[in-house]
Design a binder for this molecule. Structure first.
Ligand SMILES: Cc1ncc(COP(=O)(O)O)c(C=O)c1O
Length: 480
């Protein structure tokens, strides 16, 4: 049978023929067992010498793509059936595929290419206020340390000085008392949650998490095959009485419930610890936004109240420095320490040592504490500006939820306003708003807007929210 090959120019003729025949075999256009034209016929057809086609066939036979039968001809090798094209895709994807396909919409914080002028996106910090001069000194120090190193793999749990700096910082700021050796450095809180789920859950196991809750955490648990059971929250945080009795792990954000913002009451914290101890369940405490507290006395972390050893404490530098740093940490209950280190090693061996050394110096030299104090003041001013509007000109449409900490807050949108519609209209006025409906796993999400103030200054907050008031007033007039 004829084979359709194309020759361009007179250079590398054998290579051109070889690549096209090989590709035809690999992608199944030349089926296993199919007879090829003779080398003489092919040479004539392509206008090349017979030696060229002979050389190509010999090479493809030697490599196993073709086979020759003496006196009969040359055929596509049967072994090539295993490279046959995949069967057509079924109409519905298998469950795991569907999870990956649904992911884009479930990660709402992915920044747009050109952010709107007045962007209230959550999960970002103000890099303009970060002390890059001091950071540069720390990075230079880390480079000098690197230059003296052996060029070998390091401890999966992280660099000693950073683990020490984190342990000291947590003892002081969160009353989390730990030995530096209990601290495991991760690629952000996200990897800490991934590792915890890997060591604590098997496919099909139940993990309970707040509803609404943090979508990237929900995704991690789901892709690992766990059954994620949403548990409602009220004004005191996670409703402990609603926890499923068969849960093997609970994921919570007690300092600043994600996304609604209320802290978990002390009573609930104690109830959760008691429940977890009774059921032998691991509690992953995500303390992601605890550093910036604006009202009231700091709430004890679950970890600091945990006498039974059920809490894995997870923290991050994404809010205090910036998310691109990708540094977080986890302090697991002692018996899980070894498995967690091994899981970290299996996943990526260890986090970048240069970043760790720079960050350790940044903390141990006092720059981190100074930066936190400065940012606390700045974020307090932004939060005040935001609340001024929410309690003032925006009050007819939006009600802020009580929230004492963190760098975002949520306001509930009054009926009959539609979350998506308000977001669309605000975008037309260069105001970036983000809804909370997608963060609910339940059927009945409450419409609301998440106002992040990590990346927007006081003046821009006033202008952006002034524009939002006009949008809502216009919509109101339009729907009246
Ligand atoms: C609930 C919650 N946990 C953790 C993080 C930080 O994650 P990472 O340390 O992976 O950047 C965020 C960031 O927005 C968050 O909202």
């Amino acid at each position: 049978m004829d084979v359709h090959l194309t020759i361009h120019g007179r250079q590398g003729l054998a290579g051109q023929i070889y690549r096209q025949l090989r590709a035809g075999v690999m992608d199944g256009r030349l089926a296993p067992g199919q007879r090829l034209p003779s080398t003489r016929k092919l040479a004539l057809q392509l206008g090349v010498s017979r030696k060229t086609t002979l050389d190509v066939f010999e090479q493809l036979i030697a490599e196993g793509y073709l086979r020759s039968r003496a006196g009969d001809g040359t055929f596509v090798a049967d072994a090539m059936t295993r490279l046959a094209p995949p069967p057509p895709k079924p109409a519905t994807s298998p469950a795991m595929g569907a999870i990956w396909e649904a992911m884009e919409g479930a990660l709402p914080m992915t920044p747009t290419v050109t952010p709107p002028a007045y962007d209230f996106v959550g999960g970002v910090t103000d890099k303009g206020l970060f002390p890059f001069d001091q950071w540069r000194r720390c990075v230079s120090h880390a480079l000098r340390v690197q230059a003296r190193g052996r060029g070998a793999y390091h401890d999966p749990a992280g660099e000693q000085e950073l683990r020490l700096a984190v342990a000291r910082y947590l003892a002081f700021s969160r009353a989390v008392v730990s030995d530096w050796q209990d601290v495991i450095i991760t690629q952000g809180a996200q990897q800490a949650l991934d590792l915890l789920a890997r060591i604590a859950l098997r496919p099909g196991d139940v993990i309970a998490m707040e509803d609404p809750g943090y979508p990237p955490a929900r995704i991690i648990f789901a892709v690992l095959g766990a059954q994620v059971v949403p548990v409602p929250v009220d004004e005191e945080g996670l409703v402990v009485d609603a926890l499923p009795a068969n849960a093997r792990m609970v994921y919570v954000t007690p300092s600043h419930q994600f996304p609604l913002g209320m802290p978990m009451s002390l009573e609930r914290r104690l109830a959760l610890l008691e429940w977890a101890q009774r059921h032998g369940v691991l509690v992953a405490e995500d303390d992601y936004d605890s550093e910036f507290r604006f009202e009231g006395r700091p709430m004890e972390s679950l970890k600091s109240l945990d006498t039974a050893g059920v809490v894995a404490y997870v923290g991050t530098f994404s809010k205090t420095i910036f998310p691109e740093l990708r540094v977080g940490y986890v302090i697991p209950p002692a018996p899980l320490g070894l498995a967690l280190r091994r899981a970290k090693q299996v996943g990526d061996w260890h986090s970048c040592t240069m970043t760790q050394t720079a960050l350790a110096k940044f903390m141990l030299d006092g720059y981190f504490a100074k930066h936190l104090r400065r940012m606390h003041k700045e974020y307090a001013a932004r939060r005040t500006a935001l609340l001024e509007h929410l309690r003032g000109d925006l009050a007819p449409w939006l009600t802020p939820l009580p929230c004492a900490a963190g760098i975002h807050l949520v306001a509930v949108l009054r009926a009959p306003h539609d979350e998506a519609d308000v977001i669309r209209r605000a975008a037309a006025e260069s105001v970036g708003l983000y809804g909370t409906a997608g963060m609910f796993a339940s059927e009945a999400p409450r419409p609301g807007l998440l106002f992040g103030y990590g990346g927007i200054g006081v003046a821009a907050i006033h202008t952006g929210l002034g524009r939002l008031a006009n949008v809502l007033a216009g919509q109101h007039r339009g729907t009246a």
